[in-house]
Design a protein. Structure first.
Length: 154
C-alpha cells in the first residue's frame, strides 16, 4: 500500500484566522502541479484525506479532481493533532491514501511511520513523499519517492 504525505501549498501569512488562511497564487499553481504528479503515480483505488483548514482543502481540491475522488475531511490532520492519532486512523485502511496536512504534523507523521519515532522533519509547501509498506503503522513504511515543487521551477 502507498501513502502520499503532502503539506498544504503556500498560504497567505499574517491572518488572525488561521483556519481560513487561503493559498497564495503560487500555492494554487503548485497544488495543480502536485495533482499532475500524483495523477501519474497513483494507480488503483485511492482516498484523499485533508484537514478541514481552508489551505489544505484548496491544496486537496485539484488532487481529488485529478484522481476522480471526493475529499474526506479528517480532523486528525489539523496542525495540533498528534502523529499517533493519525496512525490510529490509518491502521485499518486497505487502499492507497493521499493525506494533505500541515507542519509540524506532516514531518512528525513521516518520521513515526518510517523510523518508528517522532521528530521534527522539515517539509516544503506542497512537497510530497510517497511511502510504501504492508500496513500503515509506526516504523512499517519506507520512503520510495519524493516530489519537490521548487525543483520544477528551476
Amino acid at each position: 500500500m502507498k501513502l502520499y504525505l503532502i503539506r498544504h501549498g503556500e498560504a497567505v501569512s499574517g491572518s488572525p484566522d488561521d483556519m481560513n488562511r487561503p493559498l497564495t497564487e503560487r500555492g494554487e499553481q503548485r497544488a495543480i502541479r502536485a495533482a499532475n504528479w500524483l495523477s501519474k503515480h497513483v494507480k488503483g483505488p485511492v482516498s484523499v484525506w485533508a484537514s478541514p483548514y481552508l489551505r489544505t482543502q484548496q491544496t486537496a481540491a485539484p488532487i481529488a479532481k485529478a484522481l476522480g475522488v471526493q475529499i474526506i475531511d479528517h480532523h486528525c490532520l489539523t496542525p495540533d493533532m498528534t502523529p499517533q492519532k493519525v496512525v490510529d486512523e490509518l491502521v485499518n485502511e486497505q487502499q492507497d491514501i493521499v493525506l494533505v496536512t500541515h507542519l509540524p504534523l506532516v514531518g512528525r507523521l513521516a518520521s513515526l511511520l518510517i523510523e518508528g519515532a517522532i521528530f521534527d522533519q522539515p517539509w516544503s509547501p506542497t512537497e510530497i513523499w510517497q511511502l510504501e509498506g504492508d500496513v500503515f503503522s509506526a516504523g512499517c513504511l519506507q520512503n520510495t519517492d519524493v516530489w519537490y515543487p521548487a525543483l520544477e521551477e528551476g
